[in-house]
Design a protein around this ligand. Structure first.
Ligand SMILES: [Zn+2]
Length: 87
């Protein structure tokens, strides 16, 4: 079943990117367009966003928001091992 697409192209691309990493998308109503859920939702994951990211339907700057979404996906430590960056 095809997912509901985001109206902002940059954000839609970021969502596709997140999906490719195994993230789950939940549609929301109201202010947020939906939510992204990290596939590795456990205490070891250091997404820094509790593994849930809100996707806004009309962000002020969609390019920025898209970049932010990608950053959370990239920062998720689940699956990929990386150096510890906690301070
Ligand atoms: Zn995560």
């Amino acid at each position: 079943m095809p997912r509901h697409r985001h109206s902002k192209k940059e954000i839609e691309e970021a969502l596709t990117y997140a999906e490719a990493q195994g993230w789950r998308i939940d549609l929301a109503s109201g202010h947020a367009w939906g939510r992204l859920y990290c596939p590795y939702n456990d205490s070891d994951c250091r997404c820094g966003e509790f593994c849930i990211v809100s996707v806004w339907s009309t962000p002020k700057n969609s390019a920025n928001h898209a970049r932010q979404l990608r950053r959370v996906v990239d920062n998720c430590t689940g699956g990929i091992s990386s150096e510890e960056e906690e301070t």
